[in-house]
Write a protein of this length. Sequence first.
Length: 255
Amino acid sequence: MASAARALHAFRSTTSLSCRAFIRSPVGRAAVLGRRYYSEDKAEDKAEEQKEGAKEEQSPEQEKLKAKDAEVVDLTVRGLLFKVSVSLLTLVQSRLRYLQADFLNLQRNAAREKEQTRDFAITRFATDLLETADVLAMALKSIPPSALKSPESSSESSEPSSDSSPEKTPQQYLQELHQGVEITQRQLLQTLFKYHVKPFNPLGDTFDPNFHEALYQAPIPGKTPGTVIDVQKIGYKIKDRVLRAAQVGVAQDTT
């Protein structure tokens, strides 16, 4: 028995030594590495087979859910793009409307300024002509109506001589002069009216500092305080603008 045990131990030691020597040899190393590589390749193949199996094991419901998710994402992106497009379109339209309104306002202002320049270009010239109109009005007012009446012939019964032409009396000359001044004043006012210059007489109106210039105040019984009681010079307007304020007297409060 002892000899058999010794023989078995010697065989094992010899076998282990031979195995170690074989592994250390180039052939043994190649065999071991090939086995290791083979085991690693086999593990990778198993992992790939498991993944493919997992893919194959996915149910149609999961595939539908994934398709729905992709569709939802696509619709969401499209909705966002649509909202951005609408916002940009609204912004562009509002900007265009603003520019259009600004352009129309500019055209209106330019047309208004051009019209005002044309209408009020004669303001200084018309103001100077008002002095001439005032002088003509004063000349007409200085002649009393009684002086313009036709004189009665002092010698109705006397027969004028046939060889002498009838001479005009001083009153007739005065009437003709008055008539000429009146025609001149009327023609001047018509010319001013052609250029939108119009006179206004505020007698009896309530005093307005925008249109009237108060020269004096006087207590007048029966007159409302602030009423225009006298007009020294009538006023003039050129369209809606006051060219010259009327010079007036105003009733004063008597209390």
